[in-house]
Design a protein around this ligand. Structure first.
Ligand SMILES: [Fe+2]
Length: 384
């Protein structure tokens, strides 16, 4: 049985940001919350939207300025911007999230807490029997996490030093707006980290045990768009088309990810993030080519389908899979990925790190071949 969920209305196009007000009006909402990445605090394009919304609706604006990735405590603090502290009545009916994955995740968390009044941590994991969230409109400003189309929202439990989340189908954004204007000023390091995140999503969901031919359609197509556009999107600020196609590739990868699953690269990004402060996207990105190499060297040849689809060299599944492996390592060289590895201190002897990695076997088991914490640590040694 194949069971696929895609719940998000999607609009793609340069300039679409400014049609959000019309969408909200047509949907009948009157009180609008905005969660905006602080990097857009002085952005004239975003201000045009805010002015449009302020003219039509009662608005509450919050600029997201957390230093790293969001935690549960911040949700509990910030939720009172959007609901009354005394009687829990809601100040907003819909939230527009403008930012990268952390910002959109944060907005999903807030939208959950509008009608669910316990501390955020009590909804950690995959909460059941919770009251509906208020709708979220998601405008990604990075092409990577695909939070605009997924139901996941990642939060760190700082007390336990673990990344968990509040993952409920209530989180599916009602509308995703992929507007290439929004990724134009994204710094290289952030755009790279995001693009690699999307590659991780597509490759891991393609290979993971729970894939099916429907999810592979999204994953394969995602890889095609990401590979074809990542260099232009990162290096040529004027290429609106490349940035739009990157947003689309990341979005497709996200659909594949939450409908199929992930794997060791995504899983290892969590300890690397919590213990070593490596951002999620580039952390998984560092692992990805070595994971593909590990799988190919151990006889996993399904990557040959992707290589064939991309027109890479090779006649046999073995040759095609190896071509794909080479292709991704070369791409990383062109994007200068490994110079970023030097920026982070990842000490494979650090016990906090290895203890966390030892907890990940369940996630590693989604890999099509055996993959153990020791394999993960071996890869980290190669990179750092
Ligand atoms: Fe990711």
């Amino acid at each position: 049985m194949i069971d696929i969920i895609i719940k998000t209305h999607t609009r793609i196009g340069k300039g679409e940001l400014l049609n959000i007000g019309e969408y909200i009006a047509e949907s009948g909402y009157q009180k609008v919350g905005l969660v905006i990445d602080q990097a857009f605090r002085n952005d004239s394009y975003v201000h045009q939207l805010i002015e449009q919304l302020a003219a039509k609706f009662a608005i509450v604006t919050y600029y997201y300025d957390l230093p790293f990735e969001p935690d549960y405590e911040s949700l509990d603090r910030v939720k009172y911007e959007f609901k009354d502290k005394d009687d829990n009545s809601s100040k907003v009916e819909i939230i527009v999230a403008i930012g990268g994955g952390s910002v959109i995740d944060f907005a999903k968390g807030i939208s959950t807490l509008i009608h669910n009044h316990k501390p955020a941590l009590s909804y950690k994991g995959f909460p059941k029997n919770i009251r509906p969230s208020i709708p979220v409109i998601a405008v990604p400003t990075t092409a990577g996490t695909a939070s605009e189309v997924t139901f996941n929202a990642v939060f760190t439990d700082t007390g336990a030093g673990r990344k968990l989340g509040i993952n409920t189908h209530n989180n599916f954004p009602i509308l995703a707006v992929l507007d290439s204007n929004m990724t134009k000023n994204c710094p290289y390091a952030v755009a790279l980290s995001s693009g690699l995140d999307a590659l991780v999503h597509s490759f891991e969901s393609y290979a993971c045990k729970k894939h099916n031919y429907y999810t592979r359609m999204f994953a394969r197509e995602a890889i095609k768009y990401l590979f074809a556009n990542i260099e232009a999107a990162l290096k040529d600020k004027e290429s609106d088309e490349a940035r739009e196609k990157m947003l689309f590739g990341a979005y497709l990868a996200g659909i594949s990810l939450y409908n199929a699953g992930s794997g060791p690269a995504g899983a290892l990004s969590y300890p690397m993030g919590v213990v070593c402060k490596v951002p999620h996207g580039i952390a998984g990105g560092f692992i990805l080519p070595y994971l593909i190499e590990h799988n190919v060297n151990n006889g996993y040849l399904d990557y040959s389908d992707i290589a064939f689809y991309l027109g890479l060299d090779g006649n046999t599944p073995q040759e095609l899979s190896q071509s794909l492996c080479k292709y991704i390592f070369h791409l990383y060289d062109r994007l200068d990925v490994w110079s970023f590895a030097k920026k982070y201190k990842v000490d494979v002897k650090d016990e906090t790190l290895t203890e966390y990695i030892n907890l990940l076997q369940g996630a590693f088991d989604q890999n099509p071949l055996s993959f153990t914490p020791a394999d993960g640590i071996e890869i980290l040694k190669k990179i750092f």
